[in-house]
Design a protein. Structure first.
Length: 128
């Protein structure tokens, strides 16, 4: 009688085939994942710009002047905190435009992202 040994497990070929299938699936899924991350950052940026512009307008209406910094909006309780620019992941990259007329004091009439990148729509984030 011969004593047969049975080995349980996977062969190297089977493991390589499974890893290859997983790699192919990841190459198909990864671009969609990163596109959805970019789209969600764009939605957050749009929302933050709307909120900050509304706060600037409320500040102007209440005080009859524009804010000189975003911190003025926080100090006046128009914003809870200066938001992080979702594209640059920083709070200090916001770009401001000054009032078009000298009718009011203050230096911030509008706010834009400080990112030099182009959106998925083909427009620069700095022009939103």
């Amino acid at each position: 009688m011969r004593n047969k040994q049975s080995f349980a497990g996977f062969t190297l070929i089977e493991i390589l085939v499974v890893l290859t299938i997983i790699a192919v699936m990841l190459t198909l899924v990864a671009p969609r994942y990163f596109d959805s991350v970019d789209r969600s950052k764009e939605k957050v940026l749009r929302h933050d710009l709307i909120v900050m512009r509304s706060a600037i307008d409320q500040y102007l209406g209440d005080r009859n002047e524009y804010p000189n910094s975003l911190q003025d909006l926080v100090d006046g309780r128009y914003l809870r905190e200066v938001p992080v620019d979702p594209i640059t992941d920083r709070r200090d990259t916001w770009v401001f435009s000054e009032p078009k007329t000298n009718e009011y004091e203050g230096s911030i009439a509008d706010v834009f992202s400080g990112s030099p990148l182009i959106s998925s729509e083909g427009t620069p984030y700095a022009e939103w």
